[in-house]
Design a protein around this ligand. Sequence first.
Ligand SMILES: Cc1ncc(COP(=O)(O)O)c(C=O)c1O
Length: 321
Amino acid sequence: MSFDNTKWVWTNGQLVDWSSATFHVSSHALHYGTGVFEGIRCYETQDGPAVFRLDAHLDRLFASAAAYRLPIPFSKDELEEAICDTILKNDFNGCYIRPICFYGSAGLSVHPRNCPVEVAILTWPWAAYLGEDGLKKGVRVTESSWTKFHSRMMPTTAKACGGYVNSMLAVREAIDGGFDEAILLDIDGNLAEGSGENLFIIRDGKIYTNNEDASILMGITRDAAITIARDLGYEVEVKMFGLDDLLNADEAFFTGTAAEVTPIRECDGTQIGIGARGPITEAIQEVFFAATSGKDPRYQKWLTPVASAVGRRLTAVGSRQ
Ligand SMILES: Cc1ncc(COP(=O)(O)O)c(C=O)c1O
């Protein structure tokens, strides 16, 4: 992953060049993790670059901000337009998108009183998060020694900067141990999720995933995978599961904006199913990538063509004349 190809960044209403996109070291969020953000992908389609599930991601951004009582000084429409402008200005066909809203500089009491809410949008090309090989062959995971924080500690359904310290500890431990990703358990010992992905397991042709009761971030890719699986005719049950369920599964996979749909082939040395991408995972993956690339008309509604935001603006200007 590199930022080398990103020339423009959107900050507080303006597109500025990469080197000018700076905030002060006294920013509250730098010290206390007081910000919320989103991870979104834009994919290349026949109609040009299109953002996958932009609406749902912006809804979650505003819900995360509300959970932290952080007032975002832009409307959802303004951020949608800003995201599209940033992609166009950087001339990306496909990229990852990172809008972030955080408390800036005015004081460093833990209470963010008087701190302005700063907003930035970063975009950069980002290949498969767990590797192209991981997408095809599956990844190796380990049970983390870190526990996923519980909703009595922090809002688990909000995507907040500070929450990712928990994820960072887990993934670093996993990589140091020679694995591709960590799986965190919740405080009751149920499986929660990966450091940056939700979890699905498959047994006897039936698909299972957990929900917010297991302290997970309610993923938008998770929601897409559930819809796709049901449309393919599979039964999907939402329930708690434990490590044994994963170890005895026929197939397992992660979902996430960065990781997309990535099979899991092994957990702490125990092979899962055939120890490779399973057939149901592959079927879901195939439809998922057809959806993201605009090749499946059933899921066209999940795509926002980047040019449409500009088109809307031109129409709005036209209608004022
Ligand atoms: C901790 C965690 N869980 C789950 C997900 C998956 O969420 P989504 O599919 O909305 O990207 C992510 C990715 O953002 C994550 O960081």
